[in-house]
Design a protein around this ligand. Structure first.
Ligand SMILES: [Mg+2]
Length: 395
């Protein structure tokens, strides 16, 4: 089998990749929402992979992987990798997880980091009320993640939250030492949310990037009695083009609260120090940024060897991204906790076929068995959403 074409369109803000073959089998992949600039990035790789056998996934990746980088520049490589696995699965007549060694669980746990309600303000009561709404969701989430500190409105809406000038614009520009008022507010908000959740639902917190090491330690120690699931991205994080494993290690060594990072990191090599020095307790790579499904699986196995847990990121990954997360999570070792459940605009559920209904039951998704990603486009419906100039995407 040979690759005959690589196409990319922006469908409702998501870059969607389509790989065609001379066997008539096609594969799809997707990158995170709001990245129209990735279209030319995807198409840059077209000439490099034409004529290759798409079922030799790693061999194809060796041609292009080194041209990627930390988020968002690993997304195009990742989306292509997912589309190759989709073809490989369809060609073999098996779901992707079978090609990764087979599933070790029939259903995968998900957590809520995506279904959000507007915040009325930044008081402990506002956080408690917001958490109550998420707890009532029909998905029955057993873990809910909330943004706080530099990953929330606190930085802009709370006066004197930290000792630095508030920066605005592309995410996440702020960094600096917290005021005592800022730190106290964070701890009070966590306590208020835990009052709502009790010990029925786990609470994770997305905190940065932008905290200093001393503040990260003070915050992590202050919430120790509250048994939060993890504190995410306190030092580096979304769109940080480096890891700073040694800083994370200082924080992790100083507290019993689990520390988490990794969503923006590209490739296994960039997880090496984080894992080998046990700089965090949990890592959260995103299959659409790390370099794809297999890359995430390899990193998860290496993390497992070092006693580090897995909670993959996925909030903006869309429905093809959801399918990729289900496939890889079914095959992850026993260090798997849950992945971050992505949702999409209502019309997306009309243009994609193969998802269970409802998708999430009791915080879990049943792993489906259709070949490849196991979901396909309803082309007639999907074509209605193609933008001018991309009308031939499905041809
Ligand atoms: Mg995050």
């Amino acid at each position: 089998m040979k690759i005959t074409d690589l196409k990319c369109t922006i469908l409702g803000g998501y870059p969607v990749v389509r790989i065609k073959t001379d066997a008539g089998i096609e594969g799809f992949g997707q990158a995170e929402r709001s990245k129209p600039y990735l279209k030319s990035n995807v198409l840059f790789y077209r000439d490099a992979i034409l004529g290759e056998d798409p079922t030799d996934v790693e061999r194809v990746l060796l041609k292009i992987r080194r041209f990627g980088a930390f988020k968002p520049w690993g997304s195009a490589i990742s989306a292509i990798e997912v589309a190759l696995w989709d073809i490989a699965g369809k060609a073999a007549g098996v779901p992707i997880y079978k090609l990764l060694g087979g599933k070790i669980r029939d259903k995968v746990r998900v957590y809520n980091g995506n279904i959000r309600f507007p915040m009325a303000g930044q008081t402990p009561q506002d956080y408690a009320e917001n958490m109550a709404k998420m707890k009532e969701r029909p998905e029955g989430f057993s873990i809910i993640k909330q943004g706080i500190a530099f990953h929330s409105g606190m930085v802009r809406e709370v006066p004197d939250f930290f000792y630095s000038e508030v920066r605005t614009g592309m995410r996440y520009p702020n960094y600096g030492l917290l005021t005592e008022r800022g730190l106290n507010l964070m701890v009070e908000c966590v306590a208020a949310m835990k009052d709502v959740l009790g010990d029925e639902v786990g609470l994770a917190l997305d905190c940065g990037p932008g905290l200093t090491v001393p503040d990260a330690i003070r915050f992590a120690k202050a919430v120790e009695p509250l048994n939060v699931m993890w504190l995410e991205d306190m030092i580096t994080g979304d769109y940080t083009p480096h890891v700073s494993a040694e800083l994370y290690r200082e924080v992790t060594r100083a507290t019993s609260t689990p520390i988490h990072t990794g969503e923006q990191i590209y490739l296994r090599q960039n997880f090496k120090e984080l894992i080998e020095t046990r700089a965090v307790s949990i890592i959260g790579p995103d299959p659409l940024d790390i370099g794809g499904i297999a890359e995430l699986k390899w990193v998860a196995e290496y993390a497992d060897l070092h006693g580090i847990m897995m909670a993959p990121h996925g909030t903006l990954d869309g429905l093809l991204g959801l399918a990729a997360l289900v496939q890889v999570s079914a095959a992850l070792p026993q260090n798997y906790i849950a992945f971050e459940y992505p949702t999409a605009e209502d019309w997306w559920y009309d243009i994609v076929e193969g998802l269970p209904d409802p998708i999430v039951k009791n915080s879990h998704i049943d792993v489906w068995d259709a070949p490849g990603l196991g979901i396909t486009f309803n082309v007639k419906e999907a074509k209605k959403h193609l933008t001018a100039g991309d009308g031939d995407f499905f041809d």
